[in-house]
Design a protein around this ligand. Structure first.
Ligand SMILES: *[C@@H]1O[C@H](CO)[C@@H](O)[C@H](O)[C@H]1NC(C)=O
Ligand SMILES: *[C@@H]1O[C@H](CO)[C@@H](O)[C@H](O)[C@H]1NC(C)=O
Ligand SMILES: *[C@@H]1O[C@H](CO)[C@@H](O)[C@H](O)[C@H]1NC(C)=O
Length: 460
């Protein structure tokens, strides 16, 4: 019972950012009590090389108006993709490992226009083995994506592992009231293999680890009321907003407790030309180690094609309590804020920023057409100005941030199979997952290592 109070405190904090309740409206226990559609009752045969696609589709059709589809533990093959649409009140209890065997493009698991949905593993061992290396070693990233939610409301996805997607791992497109948590995504070390991409309303994403070389947890447009907490980018591309084009509409986003190692950036907002706005955003409690960029706003991002418009208006964006190191703080400044000359950024605030460099003995900050406070920002508001830089030649106090014990030492490469890892017991130094890991997960050991300040989350 000691457990209840801190959890309540967390959910009330969370709801201040979110616009309402997230997650399924009825529990999976209620759904299971109503009806169980076990894929083995619809013809699924065990083994890595078969095809449970047709059985899953039949199980879905039988349970989509109330019930739980069960993928039992063990290995299952998937050659044909599963399109789940117009469901209401269904769950998928995903305890087995699904191995991709088919080659078609598209989305392997697609949930569309559904309401009150929960996809979860009761053991924390439900996994998707995408075998993306079979595409990547041929130089292709155009294979299928693992999981996509479209126009779906009141849902949760949790305690599952998405491994080695041929293309993207998990996207949420125009959804509402979702919760994603206790998730591991591990892809190959190359671009085009995004972790989580979200453009939706009222979504809480927490306790997620991503290894890849592209988006970790990234917000696209349009998106409102997004709360992202306890994120471990364990050798990734890093998290971002973007790429942003015309008519951008992103507001009320908080990222809190984000640990990023060996990535391209800790957080980037990327666009080139375009229009619309990004406003009311907080990036708080970030730890970085050995990333190329750290805080990176680039409104003239050269890999993008230029979009019509003056630039995306960025306003009221705060970066608070950032610690750690970047790889080389002169080559790639830990604060880089390059705004559009035709649409300068306003209300950018950098507070309690202590980032140092792995190599060299100074770091630079770079700002262009950007207003606010901290870093190299000009105060007030006004017109365009050319890039100004500021050199910091001694390590800022308190930059030396704690490390996660499980940091990946080398990249995953692109040519070999990727083994399914265990769910970590913590996704940010000193933080227990906001919701208990399925089947207790790996336990509280890692958390204790950090001498957790939020004692009381784990009772053992
Ligand atoms: C699903 O069916 C398999 C095979 O009959 C069985 O082993 C498993 O226990 C069933 N799972 C559930 C949750 O009913
Ligand atoms: C600025 O953004 C923060 C974070 O979303 C929000 O709490 C605050 O109300 C915003 N301020 C204004 C003036 O809109
Ligand atoms: C980070 O990734 C590496 C490589 O997969 C893994 O060994 C390590 O356990 C991961 N970290 C955690 C906390 O799981």
């Amino acid at each position: 019972m000691k457990l209840l109070l801190p959890l309540l405190a967390i959910s009330s904090l969370a709801s201040a950012q979110l616009s309402g309740k997230v997650g399924p409206t009825t529990s999976h226990a209620t759904k299971t009590a109503r009806k169980v559609c076990n894929i083995t009752s619809y013809g699924a045969k065990p083994g890595k090389t078969g095809d449970i696609g047709p059985a899953m589709t039949e199980a879905f059709n039988a349970c989509k108006n109330g019930g739980t589809i069960v993928i039992p533990s063990g290995d299952w093959g998937l050659r044909t993709w599963v399109n789940m649409q117009n469901g209401k009140g269904f769950a998928i209890q995903w305890d087995g490992v699904i191995h991709r065997t088919g080659d078609a493009g598209g989305n392997m698991l697609l949930v569309q226009k559904s309401d009150d949905v929960e996809i979860f593993s009761s053991t924390g061992k439900g996994a998707f083995q995408g075998n993306g290396y079979e595409f990547h070693r041929k130089g292709s990233i155009t294979g299928p994506r693992i999981l996509r939610f479209v126009r779906t409301t009141n849902f949760a996805v949790h305690d599952v592992l998405l491994i080695d997607a041929p293309s993207f791992h998990f996207s949420m497109d125009t959804c509402k009231n979702g919760e994603v948590y206790n998730m591991v995504i591990k892809g190959a070390y190359q671009g085009g293999l995004d972790g989580i991409d979200v453009w939706s309303d009222n979504i809480h994403i927490h306790d997620v680890m991503v290894s890849n070389k592209d988006e970790c947890v990234t917000v696209k447009s349009p998106a409102h009321n997004i709360l992202v907490e306890n994120i471990y980018c364990n050798w990734s591309g890093g998290s971002a907003f973007g790429s942003l084009g015309e008519g951008v509409d992103i507001a009320n986003v908080i990222y809190r407790n984000v640990y990023t190692i060996q990535s391209n950036q800790m957080m980037m907002i990327k666009s080139r030309g375009g229009s619309g706005s990004v406003s009311n955003v907080l990036f708080e409690n970030f730890i970085g180690h050995s990333n190329a960029y750290s805080l990176d706003i680039d409104q003239n991002w050269s890999p993008m094609k230029s979009h019509p418009g003056p630039g995306v208006g960025l306003r009221n964006i705060t970066f608070k309590n950032w610690k750690g190191t970047c790889a080389n703080g002169v080559q790639r400044p830990p604060i880089k804020i390059i705004c559009s000359d035709d649409k300068p950024c306003v209300g950018i605030h950098i507070v309690d920023f202590a980032m140092w460099t792995d190599s060299g003995s100074s770091v630079q900050y770079q700002c262009k057409s950007a207003y606010g406070s901290g870093g190299c920002l000009k105060s007030g508001s006004g017109g365009a100005y050319a890039t100004t830089s500021k050199t910091i030649s001694s390590p800022p106090a308190g930059y030396n941030a704690v490390r996660m014990p499980g940091d990946l030492k080398t990249s995953t490469g692109t040519k070999e199979p990727i083994a399914i890892p265990q769910m970590p017991s913590s996704f940010f130094p000193g933080k227990s997952p906001l919701k208990a890991l399925a089947a207790g997960g790996a336990g509280g050991r890692l958390v204790e290592l950090f001498n957790d300040v939020d004692e009381g989350f784990i009772e053992s």
